[in-house]
Design a protein around this ligand. Structure first.
Ligand SMILES: [Zn+2]
Ligand SMILES: [Zn+2]
Length: 344
């Protein structure tokens, strides 16, 4: 079968590799029908993931049709359309039994071998799914493959970030960072907020945020002053930080009002952050950090797509073949593409 493998920094190849097979009683093998490139895929692509196992098949955002299952699999059967969570989880550890799959003690991320236990990803014709009863979820008939791909990671992550921002109907929300996860946050927040303000430096991203209903604010200018203007000088009720940068988090903390919440879903790796704790205390600001948890949230996220409340496919900019993966990665890295869906 064909698979997108990363052999070294920026050395991406679409190769013929052996077909995956059921190895454990709880495994399934899925025929991939659609798969997307995520911002997180760019980390190993750029050589930024220490210990990454070169040769791993990439990709943790995919949907497909179940091809085979091991004898212990109950929830899905061959022929079922399914969405796969970006990470596996055991279902039995301290965290899993308390509904915190993202903190599973046996977590693995598809296509991130080395940083996590060995697990090939779904940018391939077929993929082996460990613990399939927990990791796979049936796709409702009304949800297209392309929409389903977003449930695997970025829409579920945005959903969690918005939920954890403790929004009330009619609130003003700022989303800092309008990459794909930020745009998904704008889309989710729009369903509750009175006003969504989107902050980024890239004009095309700000334009997309505007189309999704946000007030665009250019971070190259005085974004803090603009947010204060739009909120009667108070700051926003909640700020969602979806950029994963120190400067973005610094802005987010400055843009929130007293007793407001900063909800962080951008990926951070810096060991230190200069937090103005005096302001945090005086303003009683809550700072919350979330990793997407599709295994916990997918049922509700799918309900929103199925009910026509959210249409994540609005941000798909490129539809390509799996064989075009090297070109797709370079388009995505250079930000010429917002979101790329590939089909084997
Ligand atoms: Zn992702
Ligand atoms: Zn677990």
């Amino acid at each position: 079968m064909r698979a997108v493998r990363l052999l070294g920094p920026r050395d991406l190849r679409v190769d013929d590799v052996p077909d995956p097979v059921v190895q454990a009683p709880g495994d399934a093998v899925v025929d991939v029908t659609a798969t997307a490139i995520c911002g997180a895929d760019l980390l190993p692509y750029r050589g930024y993931v220490p210990g990454f196992e070169w040769g791993t098949t990439m990709g943790h955002e995919f949907v497909g049709v179940v091809r085979a299952v091991g004898p212990a699999v109950r929830r899905v059967k061959p022929g079922d359309r399914v969405v796969c969570s970006s990470t596996t989880s055991c279902g039995t550890c301290y965290y899993c039994v308390r509904g915190m799959a993202a903190q599973c003690e046996h977590l693995a991320l598809f296509g991130f071998s080395g940083a996590y236990p060995r697990l090939d990803g779904g940018q391939a014709e077929r993929v082996r799914i460990p613990n399939a009863d927990r990791v796979l979820w049936p796709l409702p008939e009304e949800v297209s493959d392309e929409a389903g791909v977003f449930v695997a990671d970025i829409l579920s992550t945005a959903f969690r970030g918005v939920e954890r921002a403790d929004l009330r109907l009619g609130d003003t929300v700022v989303v800092v960072g309008c990459g794909p996860v930020g745009l998904m946050s704008v889309m989710c927040a729009r369903r509750l907020a009175g006003q969504v303000i989107a902050v980024d430096t890239v004009p095309a991203r700000l334009e997309q945020a505007r189309v999704l209903g946000a007030v665009p604010v250019d971070a190259a200018g005085d974004a803090l002053a603009e947010v204060m203007d739009l909120t009667s000088g108070r700051g926003a009720d909640a700020v969602i930080e979806a950029a994963g940068a120190v400067s973005a988090l610094t802005s987010a903390v400055a843009m929130v009002r007293g007793r407001g919440t900063v909800s962080v879903i951008g990926a951070h790796f810096e060991p230190e952050f200069p937090l103005d704790m005096g302001r945090m205390f005086a303003k009683e600001i809550s700072l919350r950090v979330s990793i997407g948890s599709p295994t916990d949230d997918r049922e509700r996220v799918l309900a929103l797509i199925r009910g026509g409340v959210l249409d994540p496919t609005a941000i798909v900019s490129h539809r390509m073949s799996l064989d075009d993966a090297p070109e797709a990665y370079s388009l995505f890295e250079s930000r010429e593409a917002t979101k790329i869906v590939m089909r084997p």
